[in-house]
Each structure stands twice: as C-alpha cells, then as structure tokens.
Design a protein around this ligand. Structure first.
Ligand code: ADP
Length: 160
C-alpha cells in the first residue's frame, strides 16, 4: 500500500541547534506522535549552494551572514513528512519564527528562545513545499507506504 492521494509532503530541517542540543529525537517524536509519517530522512551539511537555494531570498538582509554561519555550523537532519494537511499541521507543531513569542506546546515555544536559532525549518504553504522537498531529496530517496494507524487517524469522510 502506498501514500494516500490526500496526503501532502512537507520538508522539515532540524537545524544545528536541534542537533547540538540533542533534541533530534524529541522533535521527530512530536511529529510522529501527531500522526505524521516520515517518508524521507537524511543527515547532511549545508554547503553554500544549498544555503543560497534555501535562504537566498534573505541574501540582502543584515542577518543573512549570521544565519548562513549558523546553518552551516554543524550537520542538519532533513526530513520529509507526509500526511493529510501535513504542511499546515507541521507549521503549527513548529510554532512561530520568533521563538520567544512561540506558544508553549509548540517545538519552538517549548525549547527555543531565539529568532535565528529556532530549531526547525518547516515548509511554508506559500513557498512551494514540493520544490523544497526536491531541493533536498531525489525521488528515489522518498518512500510511499501506508502506516498501520492511518485508518484510525482519519474518518472516512475526511479522506474523500
Ligand atoms: P520560518 O522559519 O518560521 O518559516 P522565515 O521563513 O521568516 O521563518 O525565516 C527563515 C529563517 O531565517 C528563520 O527560521 C530564522 O532562522 C531566520 N531569520 C528570519 N528572520 C530573522 C532575523 N530577523 N534575524 C535572524 N534570523 C532570522
């Protein structure tokens, strides 16, 4: 069995602060417990090309140099999550960019204090999640499968 047609894909990056602060398991656990399915997972170090592709829209901002240094300061973990409404649900679990304003219960609200070092990237629905997934994963690095809890997570009507 493969991914359901109603399931979306979204890209998550566990940033260097998440790796260094030993929060990788905690962060992945939160997505898994919600009911999101991991269909791609890898550790990598961002080079200049990938950093520019991902954060190039901020290249002229005063914080870009610091953001680039931070994002390249240790390996990151890239994850593709899949699920019904996965893009929106993932952003809600992550919380607001300014971690000091993020609501408790979100990843940033529970574990972060900073705007730059905010633990996680999650695709913005406005910024083409499919393109972000392609930036980090080849098609053959992604998996299509049905999780055994899928029919418990969604009422049949919600899947039409
Ligand atoms: P989000 O990651 O919540 O989608 P943005 O797309 O606005 O947020 O910004 C991308 C990332 O760039 C943020 O997560 C943060 O790490 C960094 N960033 C954005 N704005 C600032 C800023 N003013 N100062 C430092 N870092 C910033």
């Amino acid at each position: 069995m493969s991914n359901h047609p109603k399931e979306e894909k979204t890209l998550v990056l566990i940033k260097p602060d998440g790796i260094q602060r030993a929060l990788l398991g905690e962060i992945l656990h939160r997505f898994e417990r919600k009911g999101l399915k991991i269909i791609g997972l890898k550790m990598l170090r961002l080079d200049d090309v990938l950093t520019k592709a991902h954060y190039g829209k901020y290249e002229d901002k005063p914080f870009f140099a610091g953001l680039k240094d931070f994002m390249q300061s240790s390996p990151i973990v890239a994850v593709v999550l899949c699920g019904v409404n996965a893009v929106k649900v993932t952003r809600l679990i992550v919380g607001q960019t300014k971690s000091y304003e993020a609501i408790p219960g979100t990843i940033r609200g529970d574990f972060a204090m900073s705007m730059q070092s905010n633990l996680v990237h999650a695709s913005d629905p406005e910024e083409n999640p499919a393109e972000e997934v392609k930036r980090f994963f080849e098609d053959d690095e992604l998996f299509s499968y049905k999780k055994i809890n899928f029919d418990l997570l969604h009422a049949p009507d919600e899947l039409k």
